[in-house]
Design a protein around this ligand. Structure first.
Ligand code: FES
Ligand SMILES: [Fe+2]
Length: 399
């Protein structure tokens, strides 16, 4: 892609990137060519089925890397909190009275009771967190501010502890949490940072959220976001109608990447002069290593949406996708809200009944495969090849 010019406004950066990507998509659509890896890559079935690998992934990827907990507008006001517990330990993410985002173990420092209950990532208004067990109370800076029966704890070194902090950073509208260790977000994002910043996710208003479970290895389900090779065969009644199969742009940014899928209509644009092409909003499937997909799309020109998919394994063969849809710049009116909600419902249905249903069936079959069976990723499945190489690298276990 053309380099992002930091001198331009973010909106102008998006328009420029969209125009550049459209040119590339039209060329790909006209030639039916797709971005490719050098060759095919065989993957041992262990990549998806080994409990040892899974344990290493949980530790290296889900506990020691920055993970997306949500977007800024999920907890917009001072005193708003949300739960982030899909990655393992239960964590509270809150916006203090100074406006800063902080995260803590969702664990009372008296006898470890949970302070907050509820749905993952759903905003709750709680400027103070009072423990349901014996009513110790904390503010959103994590400070213990009330302690009934205080005399009983006086003089003990652990008798009046503040909450246990967890590394959290709010950056360009995205809230990152890292469960263990201190986060180095700049190093993690690398040259993907300007692409994410350009999307102005800080203005994205949450409209609808939920989750989709899948009885498959989390990477098997994640693979479905990285290739359009399956559009015609797996999605004949939706994406397969509108989009070309096996034609994609692939832009790597370190461990992260963006893929973009040309529509069938784009092939015809190659016949027209460039100045007759329609204006296209910036769009693309952004993969934020290790488990997050941010899909920016448009229902019609000027009417964009952002879909956030965060995939969390609970076991080697079971995962949950935390799915939410947002309206960039905020919801304009009731019709816009209804359209955005419909965008959630349609996508949820396709992902659940097609991508994840296929993942479950294939993964069950893979579990029963001969021990020396390999799956194979084609050169056209370049995003998947890189994903698996990068995960293998991050956990220190070769493919
Ligand atoms: S466990 Fe929280 S106040 Fe006792
Ligand atoms: Fe799909």
């Amino acid at each position: 892609m053309a380099d992002i010019d930091p001198g331009l406004s973010l909106a102008a950066q998006r328009s420029r990137a969209a125009a550049d990507m459209l040119r590339r998509m039209v060329a790909h659509a006209a030639s039916r060519e797709t971005d490719r890896a050098d060759g095919a890559l065989a993957l041992s079935r262990d990549v998806y089925t080994s409990p040892n690998r899974f344990a290493a992934e949980r530790e290296a990827l889900f506990h020691r890397m920055p993970l997306v907990a949500g977007f800024s507008q999920d907890v917009p006001n001072h005193g708003d909190v949300m739960l982030f517990e899909a990655a393992g330990p239960s964590i509270i993410v809150g916006r203090g009275k100074d406006g800063e985002i902080r995260a803590f173990r969702n664990m009372c420092t008296h006898r470890a009771a949970k302070l907050l209950l509820g749905e993952e990532a759903a905003c709750q208004r709680k400027p103070r967190l009072t423990c349901p067990f014996h009513a110790w109370t904390f503010d959103l800076e994590g400070k213990l501010i009330a302690q009934p029966g205080k005399a009983g704890f006086e003089g003990h070194p652990e008798g009046a502890r503040n909450l246990l902090p967890v590394s959290a950073v709010e950056w360009n509208g995205i809230i990152f949490v890292q469960i263990e260790g201190e986060m180095d977000l700049e190093a993690h994002l690398g040259d993907f940072a300007p692409v994410l910043a350009m999307m102005e996710l800080g203005t994205a208003e949450p409209v609808k959220r939920g989750h989709i479970d899948c009885a498959a290895n989390w990477k098997y389900a994640l693979d479905t976001y990285g290739e359009g090779y399956h559009f015609a065969s797996l999605h004949p009644n939706n994406i397969g109608i509108t989009h070309l199969s096996d034609v994609a742009l692939f832009d790597p940014f370190g461990r992260h990447h963006r893929v973009s899928f040309p529509t069938k209509a784009m092939a015809a644009l190659a016949e027209l002069d460039y100045d007759q092409w329609p204006v296209t909003d910036y769009n693309g499937v952004h993969f934020l290593f290790p488990n997050t997909v941010i899909f920016v799309g448009a229902v019609e020109p000027g009417k964009t949406f952002v879909q956030l998919f965060r995939l969390f394994p609970s076991d080697v063969g079971q995962m949950r996708c935390q799915f939410a849809i947002y309206a960039p710049g905020g919801v304009r009116d009731a019709a816009h809200r209804a359209e955005t909600e419909m965008g959630y419902d349609l996508t949820e249905q396709v992902v659940r009944t097609e991508d994840y249903a296929q993942s479950e069936q294939s993964f069950a079959n893979l579990l029963a495969a001969p021990a020396d069976f390999n799956v194979v990723l084609g050169s056209n499945e370049i995003a998947l090849q890189r994903l698996h190489r990068n995960i293998a690298d991050a956990i220190g276990m070769p493919l």
